[in-house]
Design a protein around this ligand. Structure first.
Ligand SMILES: CC(C)(COP(=O)(O)OP(=O)(O)OC[C@H]1O[C@@H](n2cnc3c(N)ncnc32)[C@H](O)[C@@H]1OP(=O)(O)O)[C@@H](O)C(=O)NCCC(=O)NCCS
Length: 179
């Protein structure tokens, strides 16, 4: 547990206030603070509610929202993405060894398809590899075609199912030298 906290601390510090270049400019990556929770909940609802409803027939309610946020808060690393100071997304990672888990990567629709998700994912993979994680996994709802294509196009391979979700994984071993 102490080891995990140490990893989280290092990753958060490395990413804290990090200026991240992407093809269309730059964003700031900062540790998630209490004040970020409102925008985080709103964005999660905006992006996930239609997928949960059409995929599983779930209706968004306070109980579901609390469960999702509690799950998010359990992740050792939770970071917000800001562009010109405005909140435009967040990500959460459990940099466990040997297998890191990307818990979430959410970008505001108005800022999607500009290369930000790719740049954030690359940063997380590099940091996880630097923390000697050998592999990174993530789960995606089977009806989330956009995210499935996004991860597959970035080297993630299908690795079966995790409950009702698709499990994807990518080896980080080749990256360990270039961080
Ligand atoms: C999946 C997600 C995180 C991707 O983020 P994003 O910022 O849109 O990702 P990018 O812009 O880097 O890449 C998306 C597409 O934009 C295009 N793109 C990348 N850079 C671009 C640029 N400079 N100009 C125009 N288009 C570009 C790419 O073609 C890419 O398409 P591809 O996957 O076919 O290669 C985002 O769509 C999202 O938040 N989805 C909803 C939440 C979700 O499902 N999250 C994943 C599970 S937690």
């Amino acid at each position: 547990m102490a080891d995990m906290a140490g990893l989280a601390w290092r990753l958060s510090r490395m990413a804290g206030g990090h200026r991240l270049q992407f093809s269309g400019g730059h964003v700031e990556i900062l540790p998630m603070e209490q004040d970020d929770l409102g925008p985080v909940v709103q964005l999660t609802r905006k992006l996930m509610e239609p997928l949960l409803r059409t995929g599983f027939g779930f209706h968004w309610d306070l109980r579901l929202e609390r469960a999702m946020m509690a799950d998010l808060m359990r992740q050792p690393v939770a970071l917000v993405i800001r562009r010109e100071s405005a909140f435009i997304g967040y990500t959460a990672l459990n940099p466990a060894r040997p297998q890191a888990k990307l818990h979430a990567l959410m970008i505001e629709p108005a800022h999607q398809s500009q290369g930000i998700g790719t740049a954030v994912l690359r940063l997380l993979e590099q940091r996880a590899a630097g923390l000697r994680c050998r592999e990174i996994v993530t789960t995606v709802q089977p009806n989330n075609k956009q995210a499935l294509e996004f991860f597959r196009a970035r080297g993630y391979a299908d690795a079966g199912a995790d409950g009702v979700n698709a499990l994807l994984h990518k080896s980080l071993i080749a990256r360990a030298d270039d961080v």
